[in-house]
Ligand binder design. Structure first.
Ligand code: CTP
Length: 276
């Protein structure tokens, strides 16, 4: 069916009839409806659906990492994981073998997608390097997408017990930088891997969002950088997004405001043109 262009939704994993556990469940009605909506959106935008990722392995990170301060507190960010999950859903529907490395994501992974869960930036780094490089009979990824928002700083020391309030005092936190996962993935690129980063930018007194993003694309060395303008209710924890796709060697592509699934579809269109 896939080779004849049918979109396959699922199968999902979980408890099966007869007490077995594994792949073989019908995808949830919500997931099937979401797929149908995506196909309608696609047709409305005048694009034909293609199963152009059959035989390709896609590894995508999603969510936001957390750096513990003590057993109950952490430094984190507002990423929900929606964009990473949307990329996984659309890549799987286009025939890819997909792994999501999810950091603190409460959304259900799409059916048929392999899930690896992590919490801290260091764990995300380890999982992304293993998954992109290939292991346990999985071949290296053809496409690596860093849609997660890693925490950039971590406490130098993690308190073993809950930090108590003492008098009017406040704790002094000493922080250090976490590894730059995307830069490391680029440094360990396997074969002709297409590597995609995201840039969450607000713009500031120094420069506008696009200028910051172009500098980030150069600094990280990835093939594509998806610029999201964030702040004022845009970007994080919302279902819709506008974005600009930047690359070092071709014109910027502005993606109008739309669903995160639709943005995922446009990103993957650009990725496919770069696959060898
Ligand atoms: N990223 C990463 N490792 C980090 C920080 C970010 O891999 N420690 C990745 C993100 O997943 C994203 C890209 O780098 O794909 C850009 O993330 P962003 O938060 O926009 O930029 P930073 O590199 O953190 O730079 P700054 O906060 O200074 O803008």
């Amino acid at each position: 069916l896939a080779s004849r262009g049918a979109v396959i939704c699922g199968p999902d994993s979980g408890a099966l009839a007869g007490g077995d556990v594994g792949e073989g469940r019908l995808a949830s009605p919500a997931e099937i409806a979401q797929m149908a909506l995506l196909l309608f959106d696609h047709r409305r935008a005048g694009r034909h659906w293609r199963n152009d990722l059959v035989g390709r392995r896609v590894v995508v990170s999603a969510g936001g990492t957390r750096e513990p301060l003590d057993p109950v507190r952490f430094l984190g960010n507002r990423s929900s994981g929606r964009q990473g999950i949307a990329l996984a859903r659309v890549a799987a529907a286009r025939g890819a073998d997909v792994t999501v490395v999810a950091a603190n994501v409460t959304l259900e992974p799409p059916p048929g997608v392999r899930l690896v869960t992590v919490s801290t930036t260091e764990q995300l780094r380890g999982a992304m390097l293993v998954e992109s490089g290939g292991s346990n009979a999985l071949h290296p990824a053809d496409v690596v997408i860093m849609a997660a928002a890693p925490a950039d700083f971590q406490p130098v020391a993690v308190a073993a017990h809950k930090i108590k309030k003492i008098g009017d005092g406040v704790p002094q936190l000493e922080l250090r930088r976490t590894p730059d996962v995307l830069a490391e993935l680029v440094a360990h690129r396997v074969g002709g891997q297409v590597i995609v980063g995201f840039a969450a930018e607000t713009g500031d007194a120094e420069a506008d969002t696009r200028t910051h993003a172009i500098a980030k694309l150069k600094a990280k060395g990835c093939d594509l950088l998806v610029l999201n303008e964030v702040g004022d209710g845009r970007g994080f924890e919302v279902g819709e997004n506008a974005a600009t796709i930047l690359s070092p060697d071709s014109d910027a592509i502005d993606v109008p405001f739309g669903s995160k699934d639709e943005l995922a579809a446009v990103i993957l269109d650009v990725v496919v043109t770069r696959l060898r």
